[in-house]
Ligand binder design. Structure first.
Ligand SMILES: *Cc1c(COP(=O)(O)O)cnc(C)c1O
Ligand code: SF4
Length: 341
């Protein structure tokens, strides 16, 4: 298998694939460019430069377009702008809050729960989220998919207790269609693999990633294709994203969403209700609302647990049960995610 680095400047021959790969290549990486293009007050620039040394800035332009210029409280901006707050050393906030380093096997497979394995398919993402629990994850140590795919596919073949393979990362949809299609071919030859799940933010941040080719390979196999997208705020779900998600749903993909509860982004009942409504417009069922993992550099996003529980109770009164996500947190070493409300 040939691994195409999505940030590789070499253009692909396919005009369709070029669109999303262009967005990856042209994404904003320079904190000064981000601050100036959004007309932020000058003192944000120096803080952004310092904080981005610990975890680089990466904002694709289709996402930038959904941020209101000049508004430092914009809920999408807060997810991507490196702040001085990230440099604070807060007790309890660590490099590996959910025990990924312990669970990780050599080939890039993580198994924490029965019947499903999670594969770190790549370290690349379509956006760098400041709250990310994997912001310190040693992705450089993860072997390239091309080199180890055979190895972990054989590991899964030998273990008949595995019903579901979760492709995660990073973001698996930063890999090219041809590579993902071959992976699907291999996994679907394993009779005990019933579902293939993608954990991805690409349809939200770069909706042109949902190519016709993707819609074909994602549903042409026996296992059920499940896609868990990641959106935190209704402003993220513009008409381009809506159209991309509806195409996936139309192709036959089961669509779910996970969000992270964050201070100043989505910690109020109106925002969460509107997020659920927009997701349902897009044929996506809200799955999880996660309590923030306590990763170093993200303490300023934390919302008290009781507040999260209260917000979910408010949502339950306001809308259909299927519009209300499970409020959950991950506790290292536990047999499943802990559902709090
Ligand atoms: C979150 C997670 C899963 C998926 O858990 P579900 O409750 O099935 O969504 C699987 N494996 C790992 C390692 C995880 O972190
Ligand atoms: S897309 Fe997901 S894995 Fe990538 S930085 Fe954002 S939260 Fe982390």
């Amino acid at each position: 298998m040939i691994v195409a680095d999505p940030t590789d400047p070499v253009r692909t021959p396919s005009a369709v694939a070029e669109t999303w790969r262009d967005a990856m290549r042209d994404a904003i990486r320079d904190p000064i460019e981000l601050c100036r293009s959004l007309q932020l007050p000058p003192h944000f620039e120096q803080a952004a430069i310092r904080a981005s040394r610990r975890f680089p800035l990466f904002v694709p332009r289709p996402y930038l377009q959904r941020i209101r210029p000049g508004d430092i409280h914009d809920p999408l901006l807060r997810q991507v702008l490196p702040l001085e707050d990230e440099l604070a050393d807060v007790p309890g906030f660590t490099q590996d809050p959910v025990g990924d380093m312990l669970a990780k096997q050599e080939s890039g497979i993580l198994q924490k729960y029965q019947a499903r394995v999670l594969v770190i398919a790549t370290g690349a993402c379509g956006i760098n989220c400041r709250y990310c629990f994997r912001r310190h994850f040693p992705y450089a140590e993860i072997p390239k998919l091309s080199r180890h795919a055979m190895k972990w596919v054989e590991e899964i073949r030998r273990d008949s207790s595995i019903e579901e393979v979760i492709l995660s990362g990073g973001d698996p949809l930063t890999l090219v269609d041809s590579q993902l299609a071959r992976l699907m071919d291999m996994l679907s030859t394993i009779s005990h693999v019933q579902r293939i799940r993608f954990h991805t933010r690409m349809p939200i941040v770069i909706p042109s990633r949902v190519t016709d080719e993707l819609c074909r390979w994602v549903t042409c196999h026996r296992p059920t294709s499940v896609m868990v997208v990641h959106s935190n705020h209704p402003n993220e779900l513009d008409l381009h994203v809506e159209s991309a998600l509806k195409r996936l749903a139309g192709a036959g993909v089961l669509l779910l969403n996970q969000s992270v509860l964050m201070r100043g982004v989505n910690d109020d009942a109106d925002t969460l209700a509107n997020l659920s409504r927009r997701l349902l417009d897009c044929r996506v069922v809200p799955y999880y609302l996660h309590q923030l993992d306590r990763v170093a550099g993200a303490a300023h996003f934390e919302v008290p647990l009781e507040r999260g529980i209260h917000l979910i109770q408010q949502l339950r009164v306001r809308m259909a049960g299927y519009g209300v996500p499970r409020f959950a947190r991950e506790v290292a070493g536990q047999a499943s995610k802990e559902v709090l409300a």
